[in-house]
Every structure is written in structure tokens, then in C-alpha cells.
Write a new protein. Structure first.
Length: 314
């Protein structure tokens, strides 16, 4: 079946369904990302993963067909099945096909010789609930480096330095939008002899660049991040040992604050002499497929004990 015939059939079906549908089955398009179309409506209005909808522009012009991938109580994310025009915020999605519920299995006949014994084990979760839950994703890298200097001058300056680096990121932990990040480096310096108080014969040099736990979901009211963090909205502040809290006013506008201490620049150890604070406003609209705009206004300050080190806007 070619696309023109498919859209003609889809348009006719949508017009017929529209005569019987009320506001509960009409879902405005809120915004779009690079992969998904987000609707204003979710499980509370009867949407579930697997349901299919027609996207209508104007009164009866069908421009696309989408399928629900994930549904929260008041919003849903959908993938595009077919489209002949770009979907835009303000278009309306109309439910045309609901995924049938998984039929319950017929109970086994009761035993005639021995009575059945009730089990204390909890009932298994429905297949639909397991399918809609996101699974955790883990990615990262590890590297090993070895450096050796062989001093041929007889000054006893032979030097060896093995280095191990690891970068780890875990996303969608426990089926939610929780994330864990770790970036660290372990280095062992081995010299032929001691060169002074700052250069012993053997020493470890360990650095933790990032060790954070966060909740990141633009549809949630609040996002947060804590640990040794690096803010994507205020990269000029650098790494801090502290917390960042963000309030999402809408899908396009958010405000956040952060505060904490700066790790020691020499060895990445925790210290409390340098303190950093920040406030930012972020605006983001569009997606990478069509047009995207993002801008951030921020204010930051750094203090050494009670003395101002720097204060700036950017």
C-alpha cells in the first residue's frame, strides 16, 4: 500500500471517529524532541503504550500517524510511524486504535486428590507494566597507560608512571530518570630515588573529576543533582562538591540554583575554603531535526572563606 492511499484511508477513518470522539480522545501536541512527539495527555485520559493516533492539522487534514511509546499520568511520548508533513506544537492527535489488553490465562483445573495450598508469593506484574518500564542503560570506557623514562646519564632519574582511567554513566536507573556518573583517574609515580619533599620515591596521585547522582526529566516539576557535579547550564563555574536544584516552569523555560565547595585544584581533595554559588535561567525550544534555540543567563560567585574572590554574570 503506497503512502497516498494509506493517508487517504487514515483521513477517512479519522473523520468518522471524530464524530464520536470527545475531548478525552483528543491530545494536543505539546512539543517535539529529536526522537519523540510529546502529547498533552496520558494514562489519566486512557493513553497506553502501543496505542496509535492520527495527527490532524486544521479541521480534518491528517498529516501523520504516531504510536505511544511511554505514557505518564498527564503526558505521553510517541514515535512517528508515517508522516507527510512535519508535526508542530498545536497539532492535535486523535486516538484511532488502542492496543488490546493481554487476555488473562485460563486457570488450571483444581487438583482432585490434594487441596491446593495458598502461596505467600506476590502476584506477578502484568506484562504491560513490565513492558512500559524503562530498563537501565550503562555506558562508559576504561583505559590503561604506562609511561617510562630510562635515564642514561647516570643521574638516577629513572621514572615509571602507570595510569588507569575510568568513565562510567548509568541512566534510567530503577526504570526512572535517575542517572549516575563517575570519572576518575589513578596514577602511580615510581622514581629511582627521592627528589625532595614534593617528589618522594613512590606516590599515588588519584583524582575524582565527577561523582554524581541526578534526576533529569524536563517533564517533571523539579530536577536535582548532587555529589561532585558539573553543571551543563553553568560550565564556567567548574566542578563543585555540592548540589544543584532546577525548577521546570514549562517544557521550554527552567530556573536553577547551585552551591557547594571547590575541590582542591592540586589533588582533587575535598576542602571548604573555596565556596561557589550560582543562579541560572535557561530557555530551550525546538529540536535538532528542524530548528533549535537555547540560551542561558547566569550569575555566579566564588568566596575564599568570607572574602569575595570573584562575582560575574554570563
Amino acid at each position: 500500500m503506497n503512502k497516498s492511499l494509506f493517508f487517504l484511508i487514515l483521513a477517512l477513518a479519522t473523520m468518522l471517529l471524530a464524530q464520536e470522539q470527545d475531548k478525552q480522545t483528543r491530545f494536543p501536541v505539546k512539543y517535539l524532541s529529536a526522537e519523540y512527539v510529546y502529547l498533552d495527555g496520558g494514562k489519566a485520559k486512557g493513553l497506553n503504550p502501543g496505542d496509535q493516533l492520527a495527527v490532524v492539522r486544521g479541521k480534518d487534514r491528517v498529516i501523520a500517524k504516531i504510536e505511544v511509546v511511554f505514557a505518564a499520568d498527564f503526558s505521553a511520548s510517541c514515535k512517528v510511524v508515517f508522516s507527510r508533513e512535519d508535526i508542530k506544537p498545536g497539532d492535535v492527535a486523535m486516538l484511532i486504535e488502542q492496543k488490546p489488553e493481554t487476555p488473562a490465562e485460563a486457570p488450571e483445573p483444581e487438583a482432585t486428590e490434594e487441596p491446593s495450598v495458598a502461596s505467600d508469593a506476590p502476584a506477578p506484574k502484568p506484562a504491560e507494566a513490565r513492558k512500559s518500564q524503562k530498563s537501565a542503560r550503562v555506558s562508559g570506557s576504561a583505559s590503561l597507560q604506562y609511561f617510562h623514562l630510562n635515564d642514561l646519564t647516570g643521574a638516577g632519574l629513572d621514572f615509571s608512571q602507570p595510569t588507569f582511567r575510568i568513565s562510567l554513566r548509568a541512566r534510567d536507573l530503577w526504570g526512572k530518570d535517575y542517572q549516575f556518573r563517575l570519572r576518575t583517574r589513578t596514577r602511580y609515580n615510581q622514581r629511582a630515588r627521592r627528589l625532595g619533599s614534593e617528589a618522594p620515591r613512590d606516590e599515588f596521585r588519584n583524582r575524582i573529576y565527577e561523582l554524581s547522582f541526578s534526576f533529569e526529566n524536563d517533564e517533571a516539576r523539579f530536577n536535582y543533582q548532587f555529589g561532585r557535579i558539573f553543571s551543563r547550564y553553568m560550565s564556567g563555574v567548574g566542578y563543585i562538591d555540592g548540589v544543584q536544584i532546577q525548577h521546570n516552569f514549562s517544557p521550554v523555560f527552567r530556573i536553577g540554583i547551585l552551591g557547594g565547595t571547590q575541590p582542591d585544584w592540586r589533588d582533587s581533595n575535598f576542602q571548604t575554603k573555596y565556596r561557589k554559588y550560582g543562579l541560572y535561567f535557561n530557555y530551550r525550544k525546538g529540536d535538532y531535526q528542524s530548528q533549535r534555540f537555547e540560551s542561558t543567563l547566569a550569575a555566579a560567585a566564588q568566596y575564599y572563606t568570607s572574602t569575595v574572590s570573584r562575582e560575574y554574570l554570563y
